[in-house]
Design a binder for this molecule. Sequence first.
Ligand SMILES: Cc1ncc(COP(=O)(O)O)c(C=O)c1O
Length: 417
Amino acid sequence: MNLQDAQELDAADPLAPLRELFSLPEGVIYLDGNSLGAMPRATLERVARAVEGEWGKGLISSWNTAGWMDLPQRVGDKIAQLIGAKPGEVVATDSTSVNLYKVLHCASQLQLTDAPSKRIILTEIDNFPTDLYIAQSVCEQLGFSLRAVKGEDIEAAITNEVAIVMLTHTNYRTGRIHNMPHITARAHVHGALTVWDLAHSAGAMEVDLHAVHADFAIGCGYKYLNGGPGAPAFVWMHPRHASRARQPLSGWLGHAKPFDFSHDYAPASGITRFMCGTPPILSLTALDCGLDTLLAALPHGGMAALRKKSVALTEMFIAQVESRCAGFDLTLVSPRESAQRGSQVSFTHPTQGYAIIQALIARGVVDDFRAPDILRFGFTPLYTRYEDVWQAIEALLAVLQSREYLKPEFQQRKAVT
Ligand SMILES: Cc1ncc(COP(=O)(O)O)c(C=O)c1O
């Protein structure tokens, strides 16, 4: 393969026009959309309109006239299309961590009523730290224990003692995808509920929560949904839990009638009860725009086409690193089998992973490092080109051959890696 082959793949790519919807800096190859999605061109104007017109001119009346009040639900309906949920089942609210706390607490309470002897929350030891920390709090508060096992041991660890299986669908380090249908089915056979973190899946691949009969799901707005830094996250529960679900952050906007200002809490029906306080309208506006940009892929084949391209990009990257960068101590830690791999590829390097990433960033190839030794490359099929993959490999090879990662400035750890 050579540069011309990569350019020919781009020329034949039905999704290629979508890249124009993003504002990507000249000279940058952005392989970090799995951490912070790129900015859609339309976002600036959309947010400016919300600031100047809706807030500046409409002032407080915009809660009614600009549709601010139901923006969490409207944005939720767009997310629902990506995760196999139905309209009215998703809200965009709070952060991923906070939503996880709410659903995990809620699921634990359901199990305390239905199966009080089950006191284990099962998860993967290499789950994202916030998921582990939130689960530790819920366990302490409600008298559960956290059992954290290796990813490959999850299915076997689902026994009758397990109350809840809480997993991140696509692992943030390796990009390994858990088998959601099998795990959910096995959890249910053993009387456990499932909580899925879709942070690295929503917008990156097809997810069908109803088809697998999942119980709860949460996910992130700023990765593949392109909602901007710290964008609101989302939350979903299966409607079979709706009448009994209680969440611990019983704020007024999760109330059935917030503007009755009554003294006592009465949860709103459905997923709206998972809201807590006043929605961040400007952030939701940016997320709404990020979703519109993603949903612009629908006429081009939608999530199926995006996933197909994501697989092609990651396959190409793996093949090129392994053939052209052989002998430089890089070891693939993402699954080789594309069906088990998300939209990222990770390699380890025994000693210089961080510095190699810094040297790549200095060359305009933006990716990231995850301790202790992982070099992480994310591919967002909406805007990543085959040519970008080719250029990233050229840069990686140059960094490895020149050993420029040994420069002192690349060895210095920054706060965010
Ligand atoms: C799997 C997973 N869950 C949660 C988060 C972050 O949660 P929050 O948005 O609350 O910081 C991340 C961030 O990368 C993540 O990878």
